[in-house]
Write a new protein. Structure first.
Ligand SMILES: [Zn+2]
Ligand SMILES: [Zn+2]
Length: 264
């Protein structure tokens, strides 16, 4: 049995991912237009009616923009978020479709087990997710100011890890963002830099040598380029004697672009 991953878009301007097994299809976040989500579903040959659930990481609009549109289009779609996140999502959604999970507790949707875990971000109760199907694992960690041991522990066995590489620190510092926004992005409850992503991957490879693919995501439009994120991480890995293609597979997923489907 396989577990598939496809990004419909990833970045500060909007996020939406598809996780799919034979019998279950889940979306993580709905931060792009309904039209783009439908395009992604069509490209991955996923019927809207086949979608089992939409899972929300946190309330920011680049993750929640189209919740209402999707629940209207698909009346049986359940949307899952934790209690504090629901309190911040001010959308008129049918109560029957609103489901609540507890951060840290595993729950099951179809044949996929889901574990939401805490990350560090300036939202009410932001989470990353791990998805398990038999012995396969896909994990998503974006919108976090840092990677601590707890988060590393959650994702160390992932066969596919979607990891935030939001910005290049120097580019952010000299860029046009106002001072308060720079402080926010760089802070503990902000976003993970390319450098921090690279260092986190070195820790993962040192802890656990399993074969894995890492997809760098949630890249900033203003303060990053896909090539820069990739190259920065590559340099940090090579300094620690880890090589792409040998110790880890590395790709970037980008905004406004449906990625290829990664299968494990
Ligand atoms: Zn975000
Ligand atoms: Zn956010």
């Amino acid at each position: 049995m396989t577990l598939n991953f496809c990004s419909f878009s990833s970045g500060s301007s909007g996020n939406c991912y598809l996780i799919k097994s034979q019998n279950t299809a889940l979306l993580v976040d709905a931060g792009i237009s309904g039209k783009k989500i439908l395009e992604g579903l069509e490209k991955t040959k996923t019927n809207l009616e086949f979608l089992s659930a939409l899972l929300i990481t946190h309330e920011h609009s680049d993750h929640t923009k189209s919740i209402k549109t999707l629940t209207k289009k698909h009346n049986n779609l359940n949307v899952y978020a934790n209690k504090k996140t629901w309190e911040m999502i001010n959308k008129d959604i049918c109560k029957d479709q609103m489901k609540t999970f507890d951060t840290g507790k595993i729950f099951t949707i179809g044949d996929i087990r889901v574990k939401p875990f805490k990350v560090s971000h300036d939202a009410a109760d932001p989470v990353g997710f791990s998805f398990y199907s038999r012995d396969k694992q896909i994990s998503v960690v974006t919108d976090t100011g840092y990677m601590n041991d707890e988060i590393l522990c959650e994702v160390e066995n992932a066969d596919i890890l979607i990891l935030e590489a939001n910005h290049d620190i120097e580019m952010l510092k000299i860029g046009k963002y106002p001072w308060f926004l720079k402080q926010r992005v760089l802070g503990d409850e902000g976003h993970l830099s390319n450098e921090a992503a690279g260092q986190a991957i070195v820790k993962l490879l040192t802890k656990n040598k399993k074969e894995r693919r890492i997809l760098l995501g949630h890249l900033s439009r203003e303060n990053n380029f896909p090539e820069m994120a990739y190259q920065t991480v590559k340099n940090i890995l090579e300094e620690a004697n880890y090589y792409i293609g040998k110790h880890v597979y590395l790709n970037t997923i980008i905004r406004d672009e449906i990625s290829r489907t990664y299968e494990i």
